[in-house]
Design a protein. Sequence first.
Length: 118
Amino acid sequence: VQLQASGGGLVQPGGSLRLSCAASRFALDYYAIGWFRQVPGKEREGVSCILSGATHYADSVKGRFTISRNNAKNTVYLQMNSLKPEDTAIYYCATCGVGVNIYPTGYWGQGTQVTVSS
């Protein structure tokens, strides 16, 4: 299982970015795929997870972020709108599960840096 995240960058507050997570060596639609973010010195946060068509979000991003998948392209996307400075983090895509929170289930891609700053 290989996951490749891309799409991070520098954006002003209120702006948008779209992250992509491309899968190789496996069919992505067999797995729940999600996004996690990490700020140095803080706990990792499960941001979003898509499984069997159902989408789940952390409260901190609800209404601003949208996760989607394109099975033909074997890719999962995270559309991030109305970005805030507190969204600044390294974002990782990974296989995921959903309980009380969104949690990782073992396979990770590399991170992509998102910086929200004026």
